[in-house]
Design a protein around this ligand. Structure first.
Ligand code: AMP
Length: 462
């Protein structure tokens, strides 16, 4: 897919008891780069001594060998971030450090606290002063309000008050704490590397540092990693397994497994289902790089229409290069993608995309293919129609932005000027992970947590 300026998922990484912790965090974050390209940071240390480095840019731009060498200690946590339009303010870049009761806490966070404003207002009324608009600072204030010395006790009291989707890694007292919200909306996996434990948003980061996958952090679980191993506790009685479907459809790297299901295999199966549901007579099947390629392979296999590479992505254009000017942003698709004329000219194409959010990216891509001489374009979307906002960190937060919330399929087909446009059904989506329950709130409007305040705000913008 091509970036469009919405907020993406963040990525978190942590490693405990490793002689080269900061370097490992660097490699781990590098593998998680697809989850956020705006800013990144690593905090490393032990025995109460910590160093941190963070800044805007890609992982390899922010961290040089010299900087990594200064990040000493056997414990490290790191974060890659994508912020909403408006840029990254340095005080919002993670990890986030805070001190209380003579302890230094480091915190990295992925997701979204739905009741952030209510909790913040409450804290401010009781004297807290906020320096950032980050969810992490909220946690810091909530923990500092607590009277307990034991981080697990404090964490339990704080986490139970949070509504939303989150995966945290917290570093304190030479220990790491890894936490997932009670519905398991955001992924977080644990691995082992010799005597060290590793925690990461995706298993691709475990692979990158040579760690062996042990298990996922469970919904509502607090995993404590300490010098004698790991121990587990739960902060919520009510727990469900409801990973965000968009993790499989779009966010995760194809080599990552979540809940035992591989993202590439999920996407390939979704392509097969799409072919069964919406067949079409065509010459070639092609996907939009990168996140739609697996689904396109599945569609081609099932339909027996040859798979072709019709679009080439320039992988060397960083997000920050595209970000500064509106003119460049508008041309982002042309800078990032090129059509192979010899492949598409005169052909009837099945064009697979993983999802339609605002609807603008596909307009540019279909035009690119039409200009390259495509004879017919049949668009097939490997997900159901996104008709509802998401409040859990994907930042599709209002109806107005979502083209399928207010446009018919036929109108969008005509806007693209393509021969046909079809989406995968919810039934087919469910068949892609038959043994797992996923959050499908953005397709159905049926949310998992109490999101009334946000819903009312979003409806007002309709
Ligand atoms: P658009 O319809 O122009 O908003 O762009 C849709 C493309 O963005 C799809 O091809 C997806 O790969 C990708 N996408 C899906 N969800 C998101 C999201 N929350 N943030 C950024 N990109 C997304």
């Amino acid at each position: 897919m091509i970036q469009t300026g919405m907020r993406e998922e963040c990525g978190v990484f942590g490693i405990h008891h490793h002689h080269d912790a900061a370097n490992m965090a660097f490699y781990g974050l590098h593998a998680l780069q697809h989850r956020g390209q705006e800013a990144c940071g690593i905090m490393a240390g032990e025995q109460g001594e910590y160093d941190i480095h963070k800044g805007p840019g890609l992982v390899h731009q922010v961290f040089t060998d010299n900087i990594l060498q200064k990040l000493k200690g056997s414990i490290a946590i790191g974060h890659v971030r994508y912020s909403v339009t408006g840029g990254t303010h340095s005080h919002n870049i993670q990890p986030f450090i805070f001190n209380y009761r003579n302890k230094t806490f480091g915190l990295c966070h992925n997701g979204n606290i739905v009741n952030y404003r209510e909790l913040k207002r409450d804290l401010e009324e009781h004297g807290s002063i906020f320096h950032s608009s980050s969810d992490s600072e909220l946690i810091a204030h909530m923990m500092s309000r607590d009277v307990y010395d034991n981080p697990i006790t404090s964490l339990k009291r704080v986490l139970v008050e949070l509504v939303g989707a989150f995966a945290f890694i917290i570093m304190v007292n030479d220990e790491l704490y890894a936490v997932r919200d009670k519905n398991g909306l955001r992924p977080l996996s644990i691995g082992k590397l010799d005597d060290s434990y590793v925690v990461a948003s995706e298993t691709c980061a475990l692979d990158a540092v040579g760690a062996t996958f042990i298990r996922d952090v469970e919904p509502g679980e607090i995993v404590r990693i300490h010098r004698y191993g790991i121990s587990s506790d739960y902060f919520s009685e009510e727990r469900t397994e409801s990973l965000c479907t968009m993790e499989y459809i779009y966010f995760a790297r194809p080599d990552s497994d979540m809940g035992g299901v591989n993202a590439h295999e999920f996407r390939k199966l979704s392509g097969k289902k799409l072919a069964q549901e919406h067949p079409v007579d065509a010459d070639i099947v092609m996907g939009i790089p990168d996140s739609s390629l697996s689904a396109a392979i599945g569609y081609a296999e099932e339909s027996h229409i040859p798979y072709e590479v019709g679009l080439i992505k320039n992988k060397y254009i960083g997000r920050t290069f595209i970000e500064p000017s509106k003119h460049l942003r508008d041309r982002a698709v042309l800078l990032k993608l090129a059509a192979i004329r010899k492949v598409v000219k005169g052909k009837r194409l099945v064009l697979i995309d993983d999802s339609i959010v605002r609807g603008t990216t596909l307009k540019r891509i279909t035009r690119l293919l039409q200009d390259a001489g495509a004879k017919e374009i049949h668009v097939r979307i490997a997900s159901p129609q996104i008709t509802h906002p998401c409040f859990y960190g994907v930042d599709i937060s209002n109806f107005a932005e979502l083209v399928m919330a207010h446009t018919s399929k036929e109108a969008l087909r005509d806007f693209y000027g393509v021969e046909s446009l079809e989406f995968m059904s919810l039934d087919s989506l469910a068949q892609c992970t038959p043994n797992r329950h996923l959050c499908t709130g953005c397709f159905t409007g049926e949310y998992l947590t109490e999101t009334f305040t946000r819903l009312e705000e979003a409806s007002a913008q309709r």
